[in-house]
Design a protein around this ligand. Sequence first.
Ligand SMILES: NC(=O)c1ccc[n+]([C@@H]2O[C@H](COP(=O)([O-])OP(=O)(O)OC[C@H]3O[C@@H](n4cnc5c(N)ncnc54)[C@H](O)[C@@H]3O)[C@@H](O)[C@H]2O)c1
Length: 316
Amino acid sequence: MKVGIVGVGAVGSATALSLVERGGSRREIVLIDRDTARADGVAADLRYAAPLSPRVDLRSGGYDDLVGAAVVVITAGVNEKAGGATDRSDPKGRLRLLETNAKVFADIVPRVVAVAPEAVLMVVTDPPDPLADLTRHLAGHERVFSTGTFIDTLRFRGLLADHLRVRARDVQALVVGEHGTSEVLLWSSASVGGIPVTDLLSRDGQSVEEVRGEVDDGIRYANITIIEGTGASQYGIGAVSARLVEAVLRDERAVLPVAAYSAAHEVTLSLSSVLGAGGVQQMHEPAMTAEEHQALDAGVRILREAAERAVAAART
Ligand SMILES: NC(=O)c1ccc[n+]([C@@H]2O[C@H](COP(=O)([O-])OP(=O)(O)OC[C@H]3O[C@@H](n4cnc5c(N)ncnc54)[C@H](O)[C@@H]3O)[C@@H](O)[C@H]2O)c1
């Protein structure tokens, strides 16, 4: 099965490495970047790791090489550092990159769809949810989703696990809505072993309010903390992207917080989404308190406005 990655910067390279390492069914990976020397270099580097993994055929190429691709991952565009979105006090956050990256998508998506009309398109570039809406518009089909709040959800589970001193795998917790500053952490349903996380914290003598504040900030600004250290957040999202590609290729019907267009909300956002062949097959709204619902509605308004701006920017 062929997978294309368009944009072979920090995130595209990390995604390619994770795809090679995860192995799975026999796989062909094509790396495309407008900087062809960069795509060639990354492909050459990763090919030397390929003999250590199950059969993978990895190469750099052009759009024509995407013929027959089952999934195309788009990671091209400016990142938070280059786009000036690393100020914790800026409520716009990743939405600062919207106009610039919408123009990048106007260049890329029609070229992908011309050669791979059947491919599922997965958007990673920030801000991923409005860019996924733009991608549907440009592609003229609905097999489009974004990595959404899956990465935020993993961060939520990881930080809760640290506070509760348990394995992150055993923490059930979700972040929904926008992959951005309006995202909603569902504290009301976060649990470990069937016990609400808030009960566990109280039993342990920890202040729920204090932990909440710390975890909230840790997740909302995780990307900025990483960027301050390394210049780009890449390995976590690379692993997430590879995992999502796998769920599509294997038609897993995995239930994951990724973003797709919700007719009920009239915009692309993350809920509990069923991911398999063709992309997101169903979306379910998790149980929420009235306060969490209100926060989600506020995020929906932000996302709708951003989706409109993305379409307008792509036209100019
Ligand atoms: N969704 C998430 O959770 C998440 C996480 C981390 C980063 N990101 C986003 O991923 C994107 C990529 O980040 P990065 O750190 O890899 O950036 P980067 O600058 O390292 O790489 C971007 C690549 O895109 C290429 N590119 C730009 N325009 C192109 C075009 N028109 N056609 C083909 N290639 C083009 C560039 O040449 C470059 O190699 C950013 O928008 C970043 O904010 C998203």
